[in-house]
Write a protein that binds this ligand. Structure first.
Ligand SMILES: Nc1ncnc2c1ncn2[C@@H]1O[C@@H]2COP(=O)(O)O[C@H]2[C@H]1O
Ligand SMILES: [Fe+2]
Length: 275
C-alpha cells in the first residue's frame, strides 16, 4: 500500500478539508457530459474556491476524475489542483482508469497516499471501491483487510473515511443499483472502531447528510452535472456545480458546508437520458 502522508497541525487548531468530486474530465477541452463542459465547470469551481479565500489544509478528490480514461484528462485535473494552496490526495471512482490515473497524477507531484495522519488527533483513510467496468462498487478483501489494519494501529484517532460509492440507499432508486454492494462487510470492519464517525462519498452527484450504522454519511455535489435527490429514474437537477468543506475540530466534531457556483452558466441539457 502507498506511503503514509503526515500533515502537521498546530496544537488545538481546526483542520479544514476541501472535497472535490466527480469532475468527469475529458482529453478534449470542448467535450461535454450531458451538455456540460466539465473542464470549464471544474475550472470555474477552482476559481470560486480561490476567490472565497478560505484557508484549507488538504484537498480530497473522491473519484470519477476522468470520463474518458485518458492520460490527458488526468493531466487537466492535476493542472487545476497544482494551482491550489494545499496538497491533494485522491481515490478512484467507477469511471476512472487507474493505470493512467496513478501515473499521471504521480508525475505531476500529487501523492498516491491513501492514509493521512492529520495533527495529533485525526486521520483520513481513503478506500478504493471500484469494480472495473461497472457502475456499482465493492470493497475487495484486500481493501477491507488494509482498512482493519490501519484502524487497529491507531484506534484512538478520530477518523474520516472516504470512498467513491455510497454505502446506503440514497433515495434515488436508479442510483441505488450502483451503490456499494458489500456495505455489510464495511460495517463489520468498522464495528470495533467508534471513532470512525463520518464517511464521505461522491458518485451520486448530490448533497446528502444521512445516518448509517450509527455513523454519518455525507455525499457531495459534483463539479459538473447534478442528479436530483429522491427520484426513481435518471433525473438531472438544475442546481449548480459545487464542492464541500469539512472542518475537523480537536474534540472529534466535524462541521461541514457545501458551496456552489453562483449563476446558471454550467447547467446540463435537461433532455439527456443518461451516459
Ligand atoms: N439512465 C441511466 N440509468 C441508470 N444508470 C445510469 C444512467 N445513466 C448513467 N448511469 C450510470 O449511473 C452512474 C452514476 O454516476 P456515475 O457518474 O458513476 O456514472 C453513471 C452511469 O454509469
Ligand atoms: Fe461514479
Amino acid at each position: 500500500m502507498e506511503s503514509l502522508l503526515t500533515l502537521p497541525v498546530a496544537i488545538g487548531a481546526n483542520i479544514r478539508i476541501l472535497q472535490l468530486t466527480d469532475t468527469h474530465l475529458f482529453a478534449g477541452e470542448d467535450e461535454t457530459l450531458l451538455g456540460v463542459n466539465t473542464l470549464r465547470s471544474y475550472r470555474a469551481v477552482l476559481d470560486a474556491v480561490k476567490a472565497e479565500q478560505r484557508p484549507y489544509d488538504l484537498v480530497v478528490a473522491t473519484g470519477d476524475l476522468a470520463q474518458d480514461h485518458s492520460a490527458a484528462a488526468y493531466a487537466h485535473f492535476a493542472e487545476g489542483i497544482t494551482g491550489l494552496s494545499a496538497p491533494c490526495v485522491w481515490l478512484p471512482g467507477n469511471h476512472d482508469f487507474q493505470p493512467a490515473m496513478v501515473n499521471v497524477l504521480a508525475s505531476k507531484g500529487i501523492t498516491p497516499s491513501k492514509h493521512v495522519l492529520v495533527g495529533e488527533n485525526w486521520q483520513l483513510v481513503l478506500l478504493d471501491s471500484q469494480v472495473f467496468g461497472v457502475p456499482h462498487g465493492e470493497l475487495s478483501e484486500y481493501q477491507l483487510d488494509w482498512l482493519e489494519k490501519v484502524l487497529a494501529a491507531r484506534p484512538e484517532r478520530h477518523t474520516l473515511l472516504f470512498l467513491h460509492h455510497h454505502p446506503l440507499a440514497s433515495g434515488c432508486i436508479w442510483l441505488d443499483q450502483h451503490s456499494l454492494r458489500n456495505a455489510h462487510m464495511l460495517a463489520e470492519a468498522l464495528a470495533k472502531y467508534p471513532l470512525v464517525k463520518t464517511l464521505i462519498c461522491g458518485h451520486i452527484h448530490q448533497e446528502l447528510d444521512l445516518s448509517w450504522q450509527g455513523r454519518r454519511v455525507l455525499a457531495s455535489p459534483s463539479t459538473c452535472v447534478q442528479f436530483k435527490p429522491h427520484c426513481t429514474n435518471f433525473t438531472i437537477d438544475t442546481v449548480a456545480p459545487g464542492w464541500r468543506y469539512l472542518d475537523l475540530l480537536p474534540d472529534g466534531t466535524v462541521e461541514t458546508e457545501v458551496r456552489r457556483l453562483a449563476g446558471l452558466e454550467h447547467l446540463p441539457d435537461m433532455d439527456s437520458e443518461g451516459y
